[in-house]
Design a binder for this molecule. Structure first.
Ligand code: GDP
Length: 299
C-alpha cells in the first residue's frame, strides 16, 4: 500500500507543482484578495478541477473558521469535501469490458489490469475483441505472453461481439476469476461504431450479469474526457473510469471533476507505460499528491 501511495503522489507531481507553488506564495497572508483568488482560479482551472468546483473552492477558502490553518491546509480541508470518493475502491465484477477512444491507453490498461489481478493470485484471461487492427491483437498477445495470462483472440473474424462472446463463455467455463475484454477504440462521435459497442455489451450480458464497463480517459485531455464518457454512456452503462497518463499532465484535478460531474468512481490511475504503472485510486494519496503535503499528515 505504501508503494501505491508513493506512486500516486509521484504521478501527480506536475499538477502538484503548480498548485503548491501558488499556495506557497500566499503564506503570511491573512486573507486572499481578488488578485490572489484570480491567480488561484486560473491555476485550478488549468489543473482541470472544473469550473463549478473551482468557484466553490474559492468561495470557501476565506472562511474565517479555517483561519488558524496554513493556506495549504485550508485548501486540503476545502478540497477534500469536494472529492466524492471512497477511501479505496475495488472492482468486484468478474467480467471487465474496457472501452474508450483510440489512444487513451485502453489496451495498455487491459494488460495492466491483467497483471494486477494475476499478481494478486486471480486467474485472469484477456479477450482481444479489437478486430479492426491486427496490430492491436498482436499488442495484447505480447502482453498476455509476458504476463503469462490466458488470451482469447480470433484473427479470422471481423465481428468483435463474436470474439467477446467466445472469450467470456470460455473464461466462465474455465472458471476464471477475471475476464478482461479489450474492445476496439472508437470515436464517440461515430454512431455505427458506438452501436457495435452496445452489441458487444448485450451479447456478453447474455452470458453473465457479472460485468463492469470501464472507460479509459486520457487525463491530459482534461474536460474533453467528460464529454467522451457522457457519449459512451448513451450506448452502454459505464460503471467506472481509469484515468490514464496522469504522469504526463498537470491536469490531475480531472479526477475530482469525473467523480463529481459524472458520478462515476475513478478506480485506477495510469502513471506510466509499464505494467505495474496502474495504481488503485486512493482518496488520501490523491489529495496528498494534489497539493504535495507530507505523507501521513491526514491519515
Ligand atoms: P488504446 O488505443 O486506447 O488501446 O491505447 P494504447 O493502450 O495503445 O496506449 C496508447 C499509448 O499511450 C501507448 O504508447 C501507451 O504506452 C501509452 N500509455 C498508456 N497508458 C499510459 C499511462 O498511464 N502513462 C503514460 N505515460 N503512457 C501511457
Amino acid at each position: 500500500m505504501f508503494k501505491f501511495f508513493k506512486k500516486t503522489v509521484n504521478g501527480l507531481t506536475k499538477t502538484q507543482f503548480k498548485i503548491k507553488g501558488v499556495l506557497a506564495g500566499f503564506s503570511g497572508k491573512k486573507y486572499l484578495n481578488d488578485d490572489d483568488l484570480e491567480y488561484l482560479e486560473e491555476t485550478l482551472l488549468q489543473a482541470d478541477l472544473g469550473w463549478e468546483i473551482v468557484e466553490e473552492i474559492l468561495d470557501e477558502l476565506n472562511n474565517p473558521e479555517l483561519k488558524e490553518l496554513s493556506w495549504e491546509d485550508r485548501f486540503y480541508e476545502v478540497i477534500s469535501t469536494k472529492l466524492n470518493a471512497d477511501e479505496l475502491v475495488h472492482i468486484e465484477k468478474k467480467v471487465i469490458i474496457l472501452v474508450g477512444i483510440n489512444g487513451t491507453g485502453k489496451t495498455t490498461s487491459a494488460a495492466k489490469l491483467a497483471g494486477y489481478f494475476s499478481k494478486s493470485g486471480e486467474k485472469t484471461q484477456l479477450v482481444a475483441a479489437d478486430t479492426y487492427r491486427a496490430a492491436a491483437v498482436e499488442q495484447i498477445r505480447t502482453w498476455a505472453d509476458r504476463l503469462d495470462v490466458d488470451l482469447v483472440a480470433n484473427e479470422n473474424t471481423q465481428d468483435p461481439a463474436a470474439v467477446a462472446y467466445d472469450g467470456v463463455t470460455s473464461g466462465m467455463a474455465k472458471k476464471m476469476d477475471r475476464i478482461i475484454v479489450d474492445t476496439a477504440g472508437r470515436l464517440h462521435t461515430s454512431p455505427n461504431l458506438m452501436k457495435e459497442l452496445n452489441k458487444i455489451y448485450r451479447i456478453v450480458k447474455k452470458v453473465t450479469d457479472d460485468i463492469s464497463v470501464i472507460i479509459t480517459l486520457d487525463a491530459s485531455t482534461g474536460q474533453n474526457g467528460l464529454l467522451q464518457a457522457r457519449e459512451f454512456n448513451k450506448y452502454l452503462p459505464l460503471d467506472a473510469v481509469i484515468l490514464t497518463k496522469m504522469d504526463g499532465t498537470a491536469r490531475g484535478g480531472i479526477a475530482i471533476s469525473v467523480m463529481r460531474e459524472l458520478s462515476l468512481p475513478v478506480l485506477y490511475l495510469g502513471v506510466g507505460e509499464k505494467v505495474d504503472d496502474l495504481i488503485p485510486f486512493n482518496r488520501n494519496a490523491y489529495l496528498t499528491g494534489l497539493i504535495g503535503k507530507s505523507e501521513g499528515v491526514h491519515e
